[in-house]
Design a protein around this ligand. Sequence first.
Ligand code: 3PG
Ligand code: MG
Length: 393
Amino acid sequence: MAPDPDPLRGIPLLEDLPPLEGKRVLVRADFNVPLHIGVRGRATVADDFRITAALPTLRHLLDEGAEVTAASHLGRPAGAPDPRWQMDPVRERLETLCPGVVLMENLRFDPGEKANDPAFVQRLIAGYDAYVDEAFGAAHRTHASIVGPPQFLPSAAGRRFAKEIEVLGGILCAPARPFVAVVGGAKVADKLEVLKVLATKVDTLIVGGGMAFTFLAAQGHHIGDSLCDETHLDDCRALLDSGVRILLPTDTRALEPGGTFGPEGVGPRGSVKVIEGDLPDGWKGLDIGPDTAAEFAAAIADAGTVLWNGPLGAFEDRRFAGGTRVVAQAVADSTGFSVVGGGDSASALDELGLSDKVGYLSTGGGASLSFIESEGHLPGIDALRHASNAPRG
Ligand code: 3PG
Ligand code: MG
């Protein structure tokens, strides 16, 4: 389906809700945040970006006189209460940031959430007068709390949710050109559908990270012991032949045969070398080399719009973080409009203190990719379009 030139068309916003004075509003938030486990196993919120992103909506509802209850999932508990994934650390942070909002226990403690069980939907909405979806990060999930309530309650997209649709939808239909997408990450299979869509939208597609090696192999290069997904060689070949300009690594930071990599303390070992072109047997490419980083950065510098998702190397090992750093810096420096999605890219920016230097940082990882793949048709978005109070026509 082609994207609508007005990405917010048909989506009810906070202003489309009935008067809220004295009403009970259920807000589905995505407070699935990274936790820090401290002394005696006490968990605290390690990064509250997703909580702060929801504050304008929560404060608006409180200002309107509503009684506000937020609900979220946290982690991936197996459909039963699990002390590791209780909402307490989130609740603690939320209380400091926005007093007066009640936070339910982890939605995924009930198997009905992921199963989209109609009985669970009814239990969830009982006693509420309106529903607000402020969980863009989970909009690609057909879960009870996402797609259920808009069938029964006047509903709206939260401010941040609407902004995500506006920004991501906007760059899909009318990007400032040249439009450059930088896609990294380990597995080509995870990003293939996104790459296929992007290939029809962008002027330049930059591919880095582990997934680039399947493309290089598809071109007939020797990639040593690097990641290669043999089952997707043909897909990569088709993309390479599709006519879009694709930039791939031309040099690689590689680890010697038998070496190990990983975060500090997990025993990274072995010598590392920059290798131009093909890799000898046994060598494993784990980051883009300096020439490639410079070439990618130059393409990003010229962009009118740049979209970045996914690290360019195994950046959790400091020896292989250089490429991701150069790209993060280039995205931050670019004079075009930059949009970044995905937890790994966001944490690379954060580490470099560059988070506020990008045009837009999405709260969605998987959701922002699914948004592109589906050209804006995520279950959570379509559910809002079908709400009884959605604007028509
Ligand atoms: C995320 O962090 O990607 C969202 O909160 C969705 O979580 P999930 O991938 O466990 O459904
Ligand atoms: Mg995810």
